[in-house]
Structures are given as structure tokens and as C-alpha cells.
Design a protein around this ligand. Sequence first.
Ligand code: ADP
Length: 269
Amino acid sequence: DRTMTEGTPRAVHTKEPIPGVDKIIAVSSGKGGVGKSTVSVNLALALAHHGKRVGLLDADVYGPSIPRMLNLNEKPTSDGKKLQPLEAFGLKVMSMGFLVDEQTPMIWRGPMVASAVTQMTKDVDWGQLDVLVIDLPPGTGDAQLTLAQRVPVSGAVIVSTPQEIALIDARKGLAMFRKTLVPILGMIENMAYFISPQSGEKSYIFGEGGARRTAEEQDCEFLGEIPILMSLREGSDTGEPLVASEPDSEGAEIFKAIAARLIEKLDSA
Ligand code: ADP
């Protein structure tokens, strides 16, 4: 019994459902810069590809990058009660980046982050959604903990590179979700390898199979590996994410396969 060994589980009774939203997937990472936002965006698009109505909440209040990744520059409007999400590639999108200037440094402290995020979930007119994907801030601090406790997350996905340094923090993420009784959907290895355009050979730049081994050791599902792709990086920078711009590419197929598996898991939960 995990609850016996990892201390008292945190209360779950404070979680209120988001009206109109069926399932919530939280995408998290132990460290910044591992591709969590890139994965969130392309996974959201892949879920939409499978016919789901999908929302994307950029809760990475420290460094909201979703507006740039989807080339969204407008400010969301409000009817005095709720904020209207913006739309991109069929996704409903909300980000702290819409509300605060990109140049403004944000000196959010833990509690402020948590309240900002709960507001962005509750005070947004999401309409009817099958899935809301939340791009969490990196790390396992108080903010993430409070969020995991307050938002009724259906399941968490953990993104890591194969490096040991990233995996150490990914393990902390797993522990946090277990402690807060959030089901763990699985782990995704990003930047798993690079395919040489000349020889077609795979190079394991950050080491081979680290996330897969960690997933096994931690008894959580390994959802798949995403290579280092120029097209993914370019898509993020230009606001034309890969799954939308090249939906039949090899890279997009990987996201679609992971999305299909997530749908299967959520439906059977
Ligand atoms: P995080 O959200 O974890 O901080 P980002 O998603 O912002 O990370 O990614 C960091 C940088 O790495 C971005 O410039 C992004 O375009 C790039 N990137 C992420 N994943 C890949 C990948 N698989 N291949 C190539 N570039 C990637």
C-alpha cells in the first residue's frame, strides 16, 4: 500500500469539476527545457485529430510559451463573468501569456501561482470539452502540489529527456502525483535521439532509453519516445506546430499514437 510508505495522502475533497470539461490531462516535467510545452501543444492537436474537443491551458506561469507556439497574440475577451479562450488549429487555448506582457518578469510566489491557475481553470468559458490539456509549470514545488490537489486531474503525463539529471527530477514528479492521488498515465521521453539526415542513423545524444528504464523501475507506463526533430523546433518557433502543419509526418504519427493510448487509458479509467 503506497499510502503507508509515502505518508498521508493529501485531501482530495477540495477538487471541484470544471463545468463542461470531461477529462483533464496534466503534462508535467521535473525540469524546464525538456520540451514539456512542445509536447503539450502537439499532444493536444493529436487528441483533436482523434475527434476529441480539446482545450489547452498554459499553466506555466513562469514562462508561458504556448502563445508563441500557436502564434496567438490577441487578448482574450470577457463577458464580465468569464474569459473567452482563444482558438488555434481547433483548440481552445488560455494562457497567462495572454494576460501579461512577454517582456514583464513574473515574480510569482507559490501561492499566487496556484490561485492564478485555479482561476484560469474556473473563470474561463471552456464550453464543452472532451479533454483539457494543462501544461504545468516545471518542477514539484508548492505551486504544482497545490494545483494537483485543487484541479480535478484525470491523469498526469511526465515528460523527460533521457538524461539522468532530468530523470532524477522526473521521479520527484511521479512521487508528487502519487502523494496527491493523481493517477499517472505514463512517461514520455522527449529528445530521445537524433536521426542523421545524411546516413539516417540514430544518435542517442542524451543517452539511450533512460526514460523507458525509469518508467519500468517506477512501475508506470512508458508512452513513447519523441526524437529531436528540426521540424518540431521550427514549428514551435513559427507558431505552426508539427501535428497541425505536417499531420502525416513520422513525428506527428508518434504524437497520434501516444494520444490514442491516452484516450484508451482515460476511457477505461
Ligand atoms: P519546456 O516546456 O520543457 O520548457 P519547450 O517545449 O519550451 O520546453 O522546449 C524547449 C526548446 O526545445 C524549444 O525551443 C523547443 O522548440 C525545443 N524542442 C522541444 N522538443 C524538441 C524536439 N523533440 N526536437 C527538437 N526541438 C525540440
